[in-house]
Design a protein around this ligand. Sequence first.
Ligand code: SF4
Ligand code: SF4
Length: 109
Amino acid sequence: MQTAIVQLHRGAPPKPPMGEPCNGCGLCCATEPCPIGTVTSLRRRGRCTALEWHEADARYRCGLLVRAGDSGRAAQRLVSRWIAAGQGCDASLEPLAAETLGEAEAADA
Ligand code: SF4
Ligand code: SF4
């Protein structure tokens, strides 16, 4: 099993199962950028630089989509399509709590 350590806001919601509506948990984008995120972040691994925490909504949002909203509905639709917004959670990642990860590492040792 491959593991990666990512830091998420304490108030972020837990990741839903695949196929459920995206709740902005941020896990996917904090792990690696989507295709458009690799272009804007100039990286293929690690946190996407466009990922933003929105305190008022207690969730993460895609900064590209947020800013596209300022440029009109056409731009917002285009970015929504690029990042597959509204398609439900498509991340097969299995989150482990920090304590659980520590226990797994101890068991592997
Ligand atoms: S797609 Fe899934 S993992 Fe990514 S932010 Fe939405 S709910 Fe979280
Ligand atoms: S959806 Fe937005 S924040 Fe998430 S990886 Fe793609 S560009 Fe980055």
